[in-house]
Design a protein around this ligand. Structure first.
Ligand code: PMP
Length: 383
């Protein structure tokens, strides 16, 4: 079987697995304990924070460890809106955010916040001017993802950050960096980002662990109160094995980024070219998008049917994103790009990893071609 679902999750790196196992066996102390075992864990925690901070070119004190990007995004959005309630209650975000941002904003609307969901253009990219002009006097936060998890469109983060901060210096800027990290370079400082979310399992780390960068001087109301860990912003005994495993994955992803990006770009270019030649297919992602995500639809067919037919051929791909794929609803992202309902119901995402070869891509293309031919025969038979 060939795994082409890296945007859903990646296979953990063997060095990460080894690190996690070693920390679990040898360094199991609670970092808050005063004895030597506790001190040992506390040192590992500090070192992991330094490694993550170094990779993101920020200060160690600006890193909060969380249980993944869903928590990071919730903490960023809810934490800012609760802490700075006196400044206003309006959020600006986009119509194509991951559910951990989108549904959080929807929930906050029920709790009295106002949210503007800025639409994207046909290519899945938001216009900088549309984001900036949506900011009002009572806007507290702007939240825009770096790379869309479904179609891989890259948002103009650096431009948005700079325009936002020069016009509205008091408005906070949050970026969901999950799908961009390790694939594309992004400077948190140069993009004037205040809050930045990551999830380790998207770059070969463990699941259930992530981080939130919080710029020095920015305060967050905590979601979890308790023992006061993570500067009081995120209470709960720290998951040292996974934190250290994530730090290892962060380092590997940062060091490998230019090499991975070049390799993945070559493969996704081949995939795009091959898909363009297949009749009946609509390619929704752009060759200028993130190098690991290629998305297409076969209008008139249910995405789930195609997914299972490709699985029979030996390939794992996904419908929409993993977080929405259990509901057979049209893709919110594709509808936001003004795609037809038929297209939004039949989207498939192929996401590449560093271990893939050109031969893997060729075989996948052949399997997609065979699948389409089979589906066209069925369609023809039914009409
Ligand atoms: N944001 C984006 C863009 C994602 O792709 C994901 C994972 N699908 C998340 C946030 C949430 O990450 P997690 O499920 O690891 O909490």
């Amino acid at each position: 079987m060939k795994y082409f679902d890296h945007a859903a999750t990646t296979p953990p790196h063997e060095d990460v697995i080894r690190t996690v196992a070693e920390v679990m066996t040898q360094h199991f102390g609670n970092p808050s304990s005063l004895h030597r075992l506790g001190e040992d864990s506390s040192k590992l925690l500090s070192r992991a924070r330094e490694v993550c901070a170094h990779a993101l070119e920020v200060k160690p004190g600006e890193i909060i460890f969380t249980a993944g990007a869903t928590e990071s995004n919730n903490l960023a959005i809810r934490g800012i809106m609760a802490e700075y309630r006196h400044r206003g209650n309006h959020i600006v975000t986009t119509s194509i955010e991951h559910p951990s941002v989108y549904e959080t904003c929807r929930q906050l609307e029920k709790e009295g916040c106002m949210v503007t969901y800025v639409p994207v253009q046909a290519d899945g990219i938001v216009r900088v001017e549309d984001v900036i002009s949506a900011v009002r006097e009572d806007t507290v936060l702007v939240s825009v993802m770096h790379v869309n998890n479904e179609i891989g469109s890259i948002q103009p983060i650096t431009e948005i950050g700079n325009r936002l901060k020069s016009r509205h210096p008091l408005v906070y800027f949050h970026v969901d960096g999950v799908q961009g990290f390790g694939k594309l370079p992004l400077s948190i400082r140069d993009s004037r980002i205040d809050l930045y979310s990551l999830s380790a399992h998207k770059f070969r780390g463990p699941k259930g662990i992530g981080l939130l960068y919080v710029k020095e001087g920015v305060n967050l109301a905590p979601l979890l109160t308790g023992g006061g860990q993570e500067g009081g912003v995120r209470s709960g005994t720290e998951n040292i094995p996974y934190i250290v495993g994530m730090a290892k994955a962060v380092r590997l992803a940062t060091e490998g980024q230019p090499r991975f990006a070049e390799h993945l770009a070559k493969l996704s270019h081949e995939l795009h070219e091959g898909l363009q030649c297949l009749s009946g297919l609509e390619v929704n992602s752009s060759s200028r998008g993130a190098p690991h995500i290629v998305h297409f639809s076969f209008p008139g067919m249910k995405a789930e049917t195609m997914l299972h037919m490709l699985e029979e051929e030996g390939f794992f791909v996904s419908t929409q994103s993993a977080c929405s794929s259990k509901r057979s609803e049209p893709s919110r992202v594709l509808l936001s790009m003004n795609k037809e309902m038929d297209c939004a119901l039949s989207g498939l995402r192929v996401s590449l990893g560093e271990e893939h070869t050109e031969e893997d891509v060729r075989q996948l293309l052949q399997a997609i071609e065979r699948t389409i031919e089979r589906l066209q025969r069925v369609k023809g038979g039914n009409s």
